[in-house]
Design a protein around this ligand. Sequence first.
Ligand code: PLP
Length: 392
Amino acid sequence: MTIRIEPAQRLKTLPEQFFAALVAKANARAATGRDVINLGQGNPDLPTPQAVVERLKRAADNPLYHKYPPFRGFRFLKEAVAKRYKEDYNVDLDPDTEVAVLFGGKTGLIEISQCLLNPGDVCLVPDPGYPDYWSGVALAEARMAFMPLLESNGFLPDYEAIPAAELERAKLMFLNYPNNPTSAVATRSFYEETVRFAEKNGVVVASDFAYGAIGFDGKRPVSFLETPGAKDVGVEFYTLSKSYNMAGWRVGFALGNKTIVEMLNLIQDHYYCSLFGGIQEAATEALAGPQDSVAALVRTYENRRNALYEGLADIGWQALRPAGSFFCWLPVPEGFTSMSFADKLLEEADIVVAPGNGFGEHGEGYVRLGLLAPEERLREVAERIGRLKLFV
Ligand code: PLP
């Protein structure tokens, strides 16, 4: 006899997966045999550096890795990420107490809400922003207060504008620079203001640095942890997914505040036993080996950005050039919403973009394009859109 299986309330509160519908639409169009150019997602299109792949192949033979790994990850991996931070940002991290190993940044971004928020607490979330923050807050049965990211403020939140009643209940805040979806980068002075804000209001900062390696025009994005006092108020989430084209490998870290790192480790002691040892060893190769592949990747994205924006300028679509990340945040033409414009591009130009309203209310009026296709395809994107004669 079939029994009635009801999901717990918690599952019912999870936000709708907005982009699942988009993926289905794009796939349906491609299945009709049309030459669809998909710039709607954030999945890096280039391969992992060969040295990392080779290291995994060798490591797979090591019987040590066939056993359970240490619960909180191998020390050599934690040392490697600490050294990378020292070299890249001059930030000191204790591998034993200030580094948690994660199954990709995503896992930690969900877990931190569960570690810090009680039902009814408030979490400050950027709008537009990466939807996974919402999921963690929902699972913690907490509430979100959105911080609008406006072009007029460089897509940085305005702390002065947060209502006092929300601030009083706020325990956690997500920041993400280089930003998905707006492609903005943070300044040092913004992070200094953030530390002061966090201290004054007792709010923990979760800095999502997923695109940390990707900054253009010769500028390396600033890490939140470079800011004096940052470690006292928060952690940074770092991932190999984008910097090393390792999205499928699921390697990420939470770095910084000892108390929070311990909480994340504790919750993970219950959820998981760390990543496969061979992956940890290969990840160490990525972090500790030569970094030329990262520089080459940034050049590739920058060349792609330039190719796309030259094409867009030719057809009259004016927009700010991305300063970092691999996203472009483009205002839709008069008379369209994010959604109606994304639909038009799919139906009349076979181009998939992400409608900005999927990232929050303040994403309305924009679409997001990923620089995740070769330059010639990006030029073709501009040409196809130009033929629609929308920007004259
Ligand atoms: N944060 C942002 C802003 C992202 O765009 C992504 C992935 O797209 C992630 C975090 C998660 O990355 P991962 O779980 O692959 O480390």
